[in-house]
Ligand binder design. Structure first.
Ligand SMILES: [Zn+2]
Length: 119
C-alpha cells in the first residue's frame, strides 16, 4: 500500500470505509455505495498512474433489511426507519444494481482484485 493522501484504495484497505468522507449529491444520498455488477464498479475506477491494470475491492456488506428504491433520493443520510440499507434496482435513473449503507460497520473490504483492462 502507498501512503498517498489521495489514494482512496489504500486508505480503505488500511482503515475500511468512512461514510463521513463520502460526498453529497449521489443518487441515494451520503452513503457507502457498492454493486454486485463489477462493470458498474469499474466505471468508478480512477487511475492515478498509467497502467494496463486496474484495482477494485470486493466487499462484504451487511445489508440487513434492505428496502428497494427505483427512484433516486439524493437527500438521504440513512436508510428509512426499519431498514438498514437501500437496494437501488435498475429502472428509472439506474442502469445497474446498487446497495447503499450508511454505517461504516456495515461494510468491509474483503478482496483486492487486480485486473487487466485489455482482456
Ligand atoms: Zn495507494
Amino acid at each position: 500500500m502507498c501512503s498517498s493522501a489521495t489514494c482512496y484504495l489504500c486508505i480503505i484497505m488500511r482503515s475500511s470505509f468512512d461514510v463521513a468522507k463520502c460526498s453529497f449529491g449521489c443518487l441515494f444520498g451520503r452513503g457507502i455505495y457498492t454493486s454486485g455488477t463489477s462493470s458498474k464498479s469499474d466505471t468508478y475506477v480512477t487511475q492515478v498512474a498509467s497502467s494496463k491494470y486496474r484495482a477494485m475491492l470486493m466487499t462484504r456488506v451487511l445489508a440487513g433489511n434492505a428496502i428497494k428504491f427505483t427512484a433516486p433520493d439524493p437527500t438521504l443520510v440513512s436508510a428509512p426507519p426499519g431498514y438498514e440499507a437501500i437496494r437501488g434496482v435498475p429502472g428509472s435513473g439506474l442502469l445497474y444494481d446498487e446497495l447503499i449503507v450508511y454505517d461504516n460497520d456495515q461494510v468491509r473490504p474483503f478482496y483486492l482484485v487486480i485486473y487487466d483492462v485489455d482482456t
